[in-house]
Design a protein around this ligand. Structure first.
Ligand SMILES: [Zn+2]
Length: 459
């Protein structure tokens, strides 16, 4: 049955963009609808050129990870081009990601497009503009399964972990098992390699930073620390600031989308409007809308992949604070990335609570080094905490009271002390989670909610 057409609201219609931007959005949508197989079922939903480009976007479904799997890399190639020829010519590669949700996706990897997206993101931060010559030395501290050279049962020489201008500081993916000797090696390598930039998983760098601070040692600081791969916590920022004397910028993106947001020197996250469009879908008011919501990403000008309204699975908070002191006036600006939808929990009354809200509640607990909050039942919450250089009972009481204040007086909160918390494979920490995953679609303000894919197939 064909449903009556309805006009959905578009948040993008209210955002200021560069003059050429709506045209680039139109090109990205037209190219996908016209020539990429994966969007065939979307064509009938297009209200056409009578509508504004953002109204046309709002009428389209969200693209899910399962769509990437169902159609494979070929379903997203625009213009009938041949993947096989490009692969054999070395123009592209196929890169598989496991992703935080566990399912394997194959992505077309086109290095020049990725590099351009990264360069566009670095223009949004003054420290990055000053530091990035394009050929600067970078030390990388993340799970070697995401980037680098993994080796879990032996140690590799510095040469084995060096790739051009990049040094991968760890071959081990679980910081909770790092030895003091391994972390001392990282310090010595930072001093010797003199990286201009450290790019790090925030929880990994925080672990190293706590080791540095505990030993009362100094370490050579880079010109800039870029946090990426996972969502930084207040705890990570605090630990890193104790050990390093360098500005810190959070960079947000994914293998599928390239670089999407970059933190400026004033602390806001600006959309990388030079390489992507972002549709913001506000939550309903009872779940934190209209400031809090989800994002869908459309990429520009990737000759090997048309990605339109891809659901990256993250929750963000819009910055409504007026013009940013950094001078950037265009594209979406965020106060924060609030964590992944799989990190959402619910209050006993069913109100959505983001990982960011959990972090703001417990992050200032004295002596707290690591934590993980799990919703174990409709009104039951368990916090695992690791406490270093502090009185454990004080941290425990702080966390218990903070979670009661966050979830409400009917919440049953248990706190368990642990020595350390291990990341989930392939090496990402989850600060909050629910035993029963929250249905993120049900949280949206229905006026902005995209039509379902089923609706798109409905004829
Ligand atoms: Zn700014």
């Amino acid at each position: 049955m064909k449903r009556a057409p309805e006009t959905r609201r578009s948040y993008a219609s209210t955002v200021r963009y560069p003059p050429a931007y709506p045209g680039r959005c139109g090109d990205a949508l037209d190219t996908a609808l016209r020539s990429a197989e994966a969007y065939r079922s979307w064509r009938d939903l297009d209200p056409g050129p009578e509508s504004s480009v953002f109204e046309r976007y709002a009428a389209m479904p969200a693209l899910a990870k399962r769509d990437l799997r169902a159609f494979g890399p070929r379903g997203f190639v625009p213009g009938g081009r041949s993947i096989e020829e490009a692969l054999s010519a070395g123009e592209i590669e196929i890169v598989a990601t496991s992703g935080s949700t566990g399912d394997r996706v194959e992505n077309v990897w086109h290095q020049p497009w990725w590099d351009a997206s990264e360069a566009a993101s670095w223009r949004l931060n003054a420290h990055a503009r000053a530091a990035a010559a394009g050929d600067h030395r970078e030390a990388i501290l993340t799970s070697p399964w995401c980037a680098g050279v993994p080796c879990e049962d032996d140690y590799l020489s510095r040469e084995r972990r060096t790739l051009g201008r990049f040094l991968y500081l760890s071959e081990r993916s679980d910081p909770s098992t790092w030895s003091d000797r391994l972390m001392d090696r990282m310090i010595a390598e930072l001093d010797a390699f003199e990286p201009v930039v450290i790019e790090a998983n925030p929880s990994f760098l925080a672990r190293l930073a706590r080791h540095i601070a505990r030993g009362g040692r100094g370490v050579r600081s880079p010109a800039l620390i870029v946090l990426t791969y996972e969502n930084p916590s207040i705890l990570h920022y605090r630990a890193i600031a104790r050990a390093f004397d360098a500005p810190v910028a959070s960079s947000y993106g994914s293998t599928e989308t390239g670089y999407v947001f970059m933190e400026c020197e004033a602390g806001r996250l600006h959309q990388v409007a030079g390489s992507c469009h972002v549709d913001f879908l506000p939550f309903a008011a009872e779940h934190g809308g209209p400031e809090t919501g989800r994002v869908l990403v459309t990429t520009f000008d990737n000759p090997w992949r048309s990605l339109v309204r891809f659901d990256v699975g993250d929750v963000v908070r819009i910055d409504g604070g007026g013009a940013c002191p950094c001078g950037n006036r265009e594209g979406l600006a965020l106060r924060s990335i609030e964590g992944r939808t799989v990190n959402l929990t619910l209050s006993p009354e069913g109100r959505a609570v983001t990982q960011g809200a959990v972090d703001r509640a417990v992050g200032d607990a004295p002596g707290l080094a690591e934590y993980q909050v799990e919703q174990t039942g409709p009104a039951a919450y368990l916090a695992r905490i690791a406490v270093e250089d502090g009185e454990p009972r004080i941290a425990e009481e702080f966390v218990r009271e903070a979670l009661r204040a966050l979830y409400g007086s009917s919440a049953a909160v248990a706190v368990e002390r642990v020595d350390a918390i291990a990341p989930d494979p392939p090496g990402k920490y989850r600060l909050a989670r629910a035993a029963e995953p929250v249905d993120a679609d049900s949280l949206l303000d229905p006026r902005y909610a995209p039509p379902s894919t089923e609706e798109a197939f409905d004829e």
